[in-house]
Design a protein around this ligand. Structure first.
Ligand SMILES: NC(=O)c1ccc[n+]([C@@H]2O[C@H](COP(=O)([O-])OP(=O)(O)OC[C@H]3O[C@@H](n4cnc5c(N)ncnc54)[C@H](OP(=O)(O)O)[C@@H]3O)[C@@H](O)[C@H]2O)c1
Length: 316
């Protein structure tokens, strides 16, 4: 263990960090060891990691001092923030800044920052095609991550900027799966007309991050976008129909309708899908599945993910 390079993983009990933890554990001769960061080392998920021999360390991304301690002595760190836990871009910015400073203080050789585009570079606040949200954002959970890239650069931390994609797992846990309409038919709703959505299995994000750590600090300073496949709403509905053995129709609402769905964050997601659709070419080009497969040979496409996960999609 002593000679292995330690990767401190934020969100180790969650989707992205969990995928990275599993990728490192599955490759015992890869030269890396995991340090799993959690707010509660006694939780069931943290204990399950400890039982697998993982070093589990208490830390909170809201507490930069705890992150400094958690990163100390590590070779690298996987840095991710948790927007949907608080829905505050300001908080997300502060968390990213704290992690960048902790990475600097620990003298890390390589950080991977899980980020997204600052959509305001293409849709400035003066552009009324979509509403400005929370005073100064178009897609708050994208913009804060993109804006936070500067903290890693300014701190001089050797950082790879990992541009993630829409998790297909949102069909399971985020309420985005097919739903029965008034006609009794299952409908899959997406406000993207015939445009393609670059998506990925959340598990594959962590696996790609592992590929980046394996390639090493030569990838520092690079922006690497990943996806498993880009599929349109109609293609997703067709794949769902096939996998579930029940007809699923594509319910192509407008971004305006989506923003008015009323659930917390509907306006943020409506703007996000509008951005995906209107910048389909650029968004998908920045996330070539071939690049992701080069980092993670187990990368899944939508049908593969669906076949493995169809029974977990709630259809109520
Ligand atoms: N859903 C999507 O399609 C999508 C796509 C791209 C990017 N994203 C972004 O992904 C991010 C979330 O990543 P994820 O999905 O991997 O998260 P996740 O599955 O919700 O996991 C979050 C984990 O992080 C830990 N955590 C939460 N708050 C923390 C804090 N203050 N300090 C330290 N640890 C904390 C929790 O573990 P403990 O309880 O053990 O501390 C939890 O298990 C969001 O910012 C979101 O915008 C989402």
């Amino acid at each position: 263990m002593a000679s292995k390079k330690i990767i401190a993983v934020a969100g180790a009990t969650g989707a992205q960090g969990g995928g990275l933890v599993r990728a490192i554990l599955e490759d015992p001769s890869g030269g890396f060891a995991v340090r799993a960061l959690t707010r509660d080392a006694k939780s069931e998920k943290a204990q399950a990691l400890a039982k697998k021999g993982v070093e589990v360390v208490s830390a909170n991304v809201d507490d930069a001092e705890s992150m400094k301690k958690a990163f100390a002595g590590a070779h690298g760190a996987f840095c991710v923030t948790f927007f949907w836990d608080h829905m505050s871009p300001e908080k997300e910015l502060a968390q990213a800044k704290g992690m960048a400073q902790a990475a600097k203080a620990a003298g890390l050789k390589h950080a991977v920052w899980s980020t997204l585009e600052d959509t305001r570079k293409r849709v400035p606040l003066t552009d009324n095609r979509m509403p400005t949200l929370m005073g100064k954002y178009k897609v708050p959970h994208f913009d804060a991550k993109g804006e936070a890239d500067k903290f890693f650069a300014e701190a001089g931390v050797p950082t790879t900027y990992l541009l993630t994609s829409f998790y297909w797992d949102n069909l399971i846990a985020f309420g985005m799966g097919p739903k029965k309409g008034p006609d009794g038919k299952l409908g899959f709703t997406l406000p993207m007309a015939d445009k393609r959505l670059a998506g990925i299995a959340a598990e594959d994000i962590g696996r790609c991050a592992y590929g980046i750590f394996k390639k090493g600090p030569e990838l520092a300073g690079k922006r690497i976008g990943i996806s498993g496949e880009a599929v349109s709403g109609a293609q997703m509905a067709a794949a769902l129909s096939k996998a579930l053995g029940k007809e699923v129709v594509y319910n192509a609402v407008t971004p305006e309708q989506y923003r008015k769905f009323g659930f917390p964050g509907a306006d943020d997601l409506g703007n996000m899908f509008q951005y995906y659709a209107e910048f389909e070419k650029e968004f998908c080009a920045a996330r070539d599945p071939a690049v992701a497969r080069g980092l993670n040979p187990k990368l899944q496409n939508f049908s593969q993910w669906l076949n493995a996960n169809k029974d977990r999609i709630p259809l109520a």
